[in-house]
Design a protein around this ligand. Structure first.
Ligand code: FAD
Ligand code: A2P
Length: 272
């Protein structure tokens, strides 16, 4: 039975606050998104992650989650896998509006503007739930102040897994706060690897290598002189893309030493 936090008689771990679930949307049988209250003191940079959790059998179970919201949002949005047998998500997938969730107090991460040197085009390359940090970055006005064009790529096994991203991008264009700023400067490129639902088929590594990404987006080939790249996906995807970036002359950046590309794991382990 799902054992949720009782907001009134529970003291959260010192590193967390208890927030209230505002809404939940299930996208597929393995993916859902949810929104929670944002404490007034909670500050983050677009692209960062934070610990999210539940009390399970009397103990806090916390996992890293990218914040999907832009920094100006009054609420916090997250996009989650339902990992088979996963300790947290087996419970988390059942949250309902009004339930309590634990929110860490210290967001952090490398998929941030501070870790990149200035450039003209910003590539946000994601697979699976690796889209989550970029849901924040593409809604952040700073992104469009710093870059002329933003290219968001999202590759999943099936078309159904692309829906959250598609709805998000469609909503941005009509958003009263950033819609006008974004205009046609945000390019959304999607591909699938295990069904025929998209026009573009294949792994993003292959679509970069064979020129199909450039052809579909109308952008020139990746160039360290003008392009900056943030990458989020599985270990295997990060390893392969990082090698491609280095081969093309890009240098990896960090908060301490900003450069031309940055990477972050979408999750630890082999994936589901
Ligand atoms: P776990 O015991 O953590 O994992 C069970 C199995 O599921 C493992 O094999 C694991 O590799 C696989 N798995 C876990 N997460 C994923 C995933 N996202 N996609 C595919 N396979 C997965 N998860 C999100 O759903 N959304 C996020 O925004 C997110 N951001 C993260 C940011 C960072 C920096 C890191 C390190 C991880 C992030 N994760 C994210 C993964 C998350 O921390 C948990 O692993 C996930 O919530 C599952 O927790 P669990 O306890 O149910 O299962
Ligand atoms: P594929 O279906 O060919 O494995 P996952 O759910 O395993 O994280 O995969 C999400 C997406 O990332 C899938 O479309 C998958 O393609 C793709 N992918 C997996 N490994 C790599 C890799 N090494 N390089 C690029 N894309 C990858």
């Amino acid at each position: 039975m799902f054992d949720n936090i009782l907001l009134d008689d529970f003291t959260p771990p010192k590193t967390t606050t208890v927030e209230r679930v505002l809404s939940v949307k299930h996208w597929t049988d393995t993916l859902f998104s949810f929104r929670i209250t944002r404490p007034q003191a909670f500050r983050f940079r677009a692209g960062e992650f934070v610990m999210i959790g539940l009390m399970i059998a009397g103990k806090p179970v916390l996992r890293a989650y990218s914040i999907c919201s832009p920094t100006w949002d009054e609420e916090l949005e997250f996009y989650s896998i339902k990992a088979p047998g996963g300790q947290l998500t087996t419970e988390l997938q059942h949250i309902q509006p009004g339930d309590g969730v634990l929110l860490g107090k210290k967001p952090t991460g490398t998929l941030v503007h501070d870790a990149l040197v200035p450039g003209e085009h910003l590539y946000l390359v994601s697979t699976g739930t690796g889209l989550a940090p970029f849901a924040s970055v593409i809604r952040e006005p700073e992104t469009y102040d710093k870059f002329k064009t933003v290219i968001l790529t999202h590759t999943c096994r099936t078309g159904a897994e692309l829906e959250y991203g598609k709805e998000l991008v469609a909503a941005i264009r009509n958003d009263p706060l950033v819609g006008e700023l974004v205009g046609d400067r945000l390019i959304h490129f999607t591909s699938t690897t295990r069904d025929d639902s998209e026009t573009q088929r294949g792994r993003i590594t292959d679509l970069i290598a064979n020129g199909e990404l450039a052809e579909a987006t109308g952008m020139p080939a990746l160039d360290p002189a003008t392009d900056r790249v943030m990458i989020c996906g599985s270990d295997a995807m990060l390893r392969d893309l990082k090698a491609m970036m280095i081969e093309r002359g890009f240098t990896e950046g960090s908060n301490a030493a900003p450069a031309q590309f940055v990477i972050e794991k979408a999750f630890a382990g082999e994936g589901v």
